[in-house]
Design a protein around this ligand. Structure first.
Ligand code: CP
Ligand code: NVA
Length: 318
């Protein structure tokens, strides 16, 4: 694939109007049964995944998903490769592009993902940076869309205005969903991301509102979403945790939501901190569906980005 044709995924709004189709494809593939058995769009291809941070869901869902599509997954842990030690991002990107057909990258600084994408001649997918987590958002919106009209009410976020929230917000407004978020003072979402989300919302008719009051955000909500308060790479931020006093998603807080609300969390969860056992283990919780849907959503993304003709062919089959 030539550099001109390649498509990268740094943030979920890079997909623009294609997000709904990518999710529909993932849902069709998940439930496709026998028709999917012989569908091997990544046959003969190798997809490398670089990790600077730990991962359970992202790593396993990419490895299994690539294999199911007929490709060869390679996991490249940062301690084992030259990147960040004796080789630049640009050189690593150029070299890996001679072996691989696609690269996923979990990194600390979002600018590093942008740089890898700039110098790679194959598609690059951001597998979580400090600013964005687009694969998570694709799976999250898939989990909501899968449930059809049973989800009534807005999507609410309670907690840190972080990487997971940024892409949940962008994906939600891309699909015309309303979002209300509650963050503590000083932990609001990134201003530039918010600007992009507002521009998209103007086109899709979504509303976005922010508050410092969790009850206000979840009142009447169809979805309540939270994440850990201190993300990977922020362990040095003394006192950050204390700012989240009152932001736990517990039985009292969820009593303000729609009775059929979905509880969502990207996982890993710190039980007893941002969420109680009673909420995450309740029948409203869809956290395991979210985790599973990482694989289906990424299979849709990888097929589109690495073999677009096959992606369209599958659409015609179902
Ligand atoms: N949600 C998520 O990205 O999980 P991992 O850190 O385990 O990959
Ligand atoms: N906000 C979390 C998400 C983990 C999947 C982090 O970046 O550590």
């Amino acid at each position: 694939m030539s550099e001109d044709e390649k498509r990268d995924l740094m943030a979920i709004d890079d997909l623009g109007g294609d997000l709904a189709d990518i999710i529909d494809w993932a849902i069709a593939f998940k439930h496709g049964g026998e028709i999917t058995q012989d569908f091997k769009p990544l046959d003969g291809m190798s997809i490398g995944s670089i990790y600077e941070k730990p991962s359970t869901r992202t790593r396993v869902s990419f490895e299994v998903g690539v294999s199911r599509l007929g490709g060869q997954p390679l996991t490249l842990l940062s301690n084992d490769i030259q990147l960040g030690k004796s080789e630049s991002i640009a050189d690593t990107a150029a070299v890996l592009s001679r072996f691989l057909d696609g690269i996923t990258y979990r990194c600390f600084n979002h600018a590093d993902a942008e740089e890898l994408a700039k110098y790679a001649t194959v598609p690059v997918i951001n597998a979580l940076s400090d600013l964005h987590h687009p694969c998570q958002a694709a799976a999250d919106l898939m989990t909501i869309v899968e449930r059809g009209d049973s989800v009534s009410g807005h999507i609410s976020w309670v907690g840190d205005g972080n990487n997971v929230f940024h892409d949940l917000l962008l994906a939600s407004v891309c699909l015309g969903r309303d979002v209300k978020y509650a963050t503590p003072h000083g932990f609001e979402p990134d201003e530039e991301v918010m600007k992009r989300a507002k521009q998209i919302a103007l086109k899709t008719g979504s509303s976005i509102s922010g508050t410092n009051d969790p009850v206000e955000a979840v009142a009447g909500a169809g979805v309540i979403y939270t994440d850990i308060f201190v993300s990977m790479g922020e362990e040095h931020m003394e006192g950050k945790f204390d700012a989240f006093d009152g932001f736990q998603v517990n039985e009292e807080l969820v009593s303000h939501a729609h009775p059929n609300y979905l509880f969502m969390h990207c996982l890993p969860a710190h039980r007893g901190e941002e969420v109680t056992d009673g909420v995450i283990d309740s029948s409203n919780s869809v956290v395991l569906d979210q985790a599973e849907n990482r694989m289906w959503a990424q299979m849709s993304l990888l097929t589109l980005m690495c073999n677009e003709d096959a992606w369209h062919t599958f659409r015609e089959l179902v």
